[in-house]
Design a protein around this ligand. Structure first.
Ligand SMILES: [Fe+2]
Ligand SMILES: [Fe+2]
Length: 525
């Protein structure tokens, strides 16, 4: 197996980026909290082993928070806004806690009568613990399992089983108190609250609130130590924190992941993404299986096949920025929601591109997974020349798999209907015919008739034009030979260039040559 490829801390940052999105935290929240927690650990005189636990707790605290998000959204509506609001309050203070949940129900039932709202609030607050506690327990369990899958040892994982516990026993889900709550858990909770409160209220109010909560949410001595050094601890943390800083503060030893470990880490991310909603369970794994099989079928190099598989595992990581409550609605997205949803490939690229090894290649594919050959995709409106064979396969595999999965606003298509939908997209010049046929064949769909005679979805007329320009004719000459207007010939040329992924006559000629499409007897004269 290949030697070390990626520093594990890079994967932790990818996960941190994703969970910042999913929990409504501000930009670089987990990274900034990691710097603060590590500075605080230094001030507290913690040894290397304890600092290693603090480092991982800060970056990974929320990696289990995607579990059962649909239940949270069903009960309280927009769960990202709810989570954001919870970061700023003292959850041990019942009045503040209740106010946030009343606000969530009010948001969810916008437009309801006062009577309906009052009833829903009463019911929601009565049933809240039965809804929330199992969900939060699930977060802890899933966080520990994901940490195990990325190779983290038991002493780091056990802290992730206490992510919402507090010093005074008013935390969730088990109500642990005092020293039963692990030291790194308590320290990171305080550091993360400090960042969140400082972002919202500014430095002065943050320190006042930390002082208020001493002896409650936080151990008194710990809160006091933090406040004594607060100014120096918080220096520069109102701005972004870069990757190099996080790598530099990682306690030893620095774990490196080889190809097998990376496979496990990418796969763990796939499951983390897909477990937000029942209807996306297994989506990323299924896209990966299709894309990998199709890549092999068309003869992609091994490195491209690996990149496309890893990109398929992680392609929807940016979707964590969109509340599950939005995806669960049976009606169409609003314009604003559509805009936000269309940015998920952007977030995916940002989350993945800092990864070492194949990270950049993976990120480039994730960025393009909703792009279409004719520029009608999103979010960059890339066109054929910018879409590699691997990118075309990922787009086709994703489209096919999505079509055969049910969504709240539509039923699942049968495999045959999904195949016909994809072939329709080929006819419209959106998806690559070679990629689509490779994906469909990999999914056991019968081959399209005449596929061999009409590569890349070219129309018979486009094939004629291609043969002429490949033989050295100009557009004008081709128009004359085919007895069509020069403008029409030009349109055919633009369309066929787009379909076959070239931008020059030479590129088109090579394409025709490679496929045996050159017709002898078409002289350039
Ligand atoms: Fe997807
Ligand atoms: Fe997507």
């Amino acid at each position: 197996m290949a030697g070390p490829l990626v520093r594990r801390a890079d994967f932790l940052m990818t996960l941190a980026y994703a969970t910042d999105l999913a929990t409504g935290h501000s930009r670089d929240f987990a990274l900034r909290s990691c710097v603060l927690a590590m500075r605080f650990a230094e001030v507290a005189g913690l040894d290397e082993n304890m600092r290693r636990k603090v480092y991982h707790q800060a970056l990974l605290r929320y990696i289990g928070c995607n579990a059962d998000t649909h239940l949270l959204a069903a009960a309280w509506g927009d769960e990202i806004t709810l989570r954001r609001e919870l970061h700023y309050i003292d959850i041990g203070n019942r009045a503040e806690f209740v106010e946030i949940f009343v606000r969530a129900i009010t948001r969810k039932l916008a437009g309801a009568s006062a009577e309906e709202l009052a009833k829903a609030v009463e019911q929601g607050l009565a049933e809240g613990p039965q809804v929330n506690i199992p969900i939060l327990s699930g977060h802890c369990e899933v966080a520990q399992r994901i940490a195990e899958r990325i190779g983290l040892p038991e002493d780091i994982r056990e802290n992730l089983g206490q992510i919402y516990e507090r010093w005074d026993g008013k935390g969730l889900p088990r109500g642990l108190s005092g020293d039963a709550v692990k030291f790194p858990v308590r320290l990171v909770t305080l550091a993360q609250d400090a960042i969140a409160l400082s972002d919202l209220h500014g430095y002065e109010t943050m320190t006042a609130k930390i002082a208020e909560r001493a002896g409650g949410g936080y151990e008194t001595e710990m809160a006091q130590l933090f406040l004594d050094h607060c100014e120096q601890l918080m220096v520069g943390l109102d701005g972004p924190v870069d990757r190099e800083t996080i790598l530099a503060i990682e306690p030893l030893p620095h774990a490196m992941l080889d190809e097998t470990d990376c496979e496990q880490a990418y796969l763990a991310i796939a499951d983390m993404i897909d477990m937000r909603m029942p209807f996306t369970f297994g989506h990323s794994r299924a896209v990966a299986a299709l894309a990998e099989a199709a890549g092999k079928r068309v003869g992609l190099p091994a490195a491209d096949i690996r990149a496309v598989r890893w990109a398929a595992y992680t392609h929807d990581i940016g979707e964590l920025a969109i509340p599950v409550s939005t995806w669960m609605r049976p009606n169409a997205l609003t314009e604003r929601e559509t805009d936000a949803a269309r940015l998920h490939p952007y977030h995916g690229e940002r989350a993945l591109s800092p990864l070492g090894g194949d990270g950049k290649a993976v990120a480039a594919l994730v960025l393009r997974h909703h792009e279409r050959l004719d520029g009608s995709g999103y979010h960059r409106y890339a066109k054929a020349p910018d879409l590699s064979p691997a990118a075309r396969i990922l787009a086709a595999a994703e489209a096919f798999q999505t079509a055969r999965e049910a969504r709240p606003h539509r039923p699942a298509l049968s495999d045959a209907a999904a195949a016909s939908k994809l072939r329709g997209a080929v006819r419209e010049g959106k998806l690559c015919p070679d990629a689509v046929e490779a994906v469909l064949a990999s999914a056991g769909q019968p081959a399209r008739r005449n596929a061999a005679e009409r590569p890349s979805g070219l129309t018979p007329r486009e094939i004629e034009v291609l043969q002429l320009i490949a033989a050295g004719h100009t557009a004008k000459e081709a128009a004359r030979r085919l007895e069509i207007a020069p403008k029409t010939a030009d349109n055919h040329i633009q369309s066929l260039y787009s379909k076959i992924g070239v931008t020059t006559r030479a590129g088109a000629a090579l394409y025709a040559l490679e496929r045996g499409m050159i017709q002898h007897g078409i002289s350039a004269a």
